[in-house]
Ligand binder design. Structure first.
Ligand code: 1HE
Length: 257
C-alpha cells in the first residue's frame, strides 16, 4: 500500500522517510500506518540507514482521533495489533532508523519515535501522552517501549497527570539522545545516519536485533547470545579488514567527544 501521506526519498544509501500530512499534524490514520509498514518492508536493498521526520510544524500528533470514534472493542484490538506489526517493521527492519523530532511528539507519535534506534530532537520538541486525558490507553507498543526510555514512573505520571516534557527535560529524561537548535534536527539526523551507514552491516544488525533481545533475557542467556553474536560479527571478512586497518595505522583512533 502506498500513501501520499508518507514520502520516501533516497539520498545515496540513506532512506529519508517523511510523514507528510501537515494539515492534520501528521496524525496517523490506518492508511498511513499500513503505508509505513509497506515502506519498511520494501526499502531498496542499497539502504544502509534511514531518517524518519515529519513535515510541517510538528513531528506527529499521534493517532488520528477521527478514526477512533468508529471502532468497537474487537476492532480496537485488531487496530492496536496492526500498529504493533507496523512499528515492529521499523524497530526490527533492515536498517537503523534515526528519528528527527520537532514540535509535537505525542501519543502514537511518541510511540513511533520510540521504535527508532536514535532520536534527535530540536528545541521546539515536546513530548506527551494525551491518551490519559482522552480516556484511552496507548496501543502502538508504547507501554513496552516508552518505559525502556524513561522508566515506568515517568510514563505513569505523564498519563495520569497529562504532564508535557519540553525538549530539554525530555532529553534529560531519556526521550532523545541529541538536542539541537530549532530547525536542525533533520540535518543532525542525516549526519548520524551517514555515519551509521559506514558501520559493518553485521554490527548494525547486532545492535538492532540482538541488543534489545539480550536486554530482555536473563543474564545467563544474555551472555550466551552476546557471545554468539560477537562470534558471528567478528568472523565476517569486513570485520577482519577493519581491525587490520587499525593495526596497520590506516583507520582512525577514538577521539575525545
Ligand atoms: C488531528 C490530530 C489528531 C491534530 N487526530 N486530527 N493525539 C492527541 O490527542 C493530540 C491532538 N492534537 C493536538 O493536541 C494538537 O493538534 C497539536 C499540539 C499536535 C498541534 O497543535 P496545532 O495548534 O499546531 O494544530 P491544531 O489546530 O490543533 O490541529 C490542526 C488540524 O489537525 C486540526 O484539524 P482542522 O481540520 O480543524 O484543521 C486538528 O483537528 C487536526 N489534528 N491532531 C486527528 N491526533 C495507537 S494508539 C495511539 C493513541 C494516541 O495517539 S492518542 C493521542 C492523540
Amino acid at each position: 500500500m502506498t500513501s501520499k501521506d508518507i514520502q520516501l526519498d533516497m539520498r545515496g544509501a540513506i532512506a529519508v522517510i517523511r510523514l507528510s500530512r501537515p494539515a492534520k499534524r501528521n496524525a496517523l490514520n490506518d492508511g498511513l500506518i499500513l503505508a509505513l509498514r509497506k515502506l519498511f518492508e520494501n526499502l531498496p536493498d542499497t539502504t544502509r540507514a534511514a531518517v524518519l521526520a515529519g513535515e510541517g510544524e510538528h513531528f506527529c500528533a499521534g493517532l488520528d482521533l477521527g478514526e477512533l470514534q468508529e471502532r468497537d472493542a474487537g476492532q480496537g484490538l485488531h487496530h492496536s495489533r496492526m500498529w504493533h506489526s507496523a512499528l515492529e517493521r521499523v524497530q526490527y527492519g533492515p536498517v537503523p532508523v534515526i528519528a528527527a523530532l520537532h514540535g509535537a511528539v505525542v501519543g502514537g507519535g511518541l510511540e513511533l519515535a520510540s521504535t527508532c534506534h536514535i532520536r534527535v530532537a530540536d528545541e521546539t520538541t515536546f513530548y506527551a501522552l494525551p491518551e490519559g486525558s482522552r480516556g484511552i490507553f496507548v496501543g502502538g507498543g508504547g507501554s513496552v517501549r516508552i518505559p525502556k526510555l524513561i522508566g515506568v514512573a515517568r510514563m505513569t505520571d505523564m498519563m495520569l497527570t497529562g504532564r508535557v516534557y519540553n525538549a530539554q527535560d525530555g532529553e534529560r529524561a531519556g526521550f532523545a539522545q541529541y538536542l539541537v537548535p530549532p530547525g536542525q534536527a533533520f540535518d543532525k539526523a542525516l549526519e548520524l545516519a551517514e555515519r551509521v551507514a559506514q558501520n559493518a552491516p553485521l554490527t548494525n544488525y547486532a545492535l538492532m536485533h540482538a541488543l534489545p533481545r539480550i536486554a530482555e533475557q536473563p543474564a545467563d542467556q544474555g551472555f550466551l547470545t552476546e557471545a554468539m553474536m560477537a562470534a558471528i560479527a567478528q568472523s565476517a571478512p569486513e570485520a577482519k579488514e577493519r581491525v587490520r586497518a587499525f593495526l596497520e595505522g590506516r583507520a582512525g583512533k577514538v577521539a575525545k567527544g
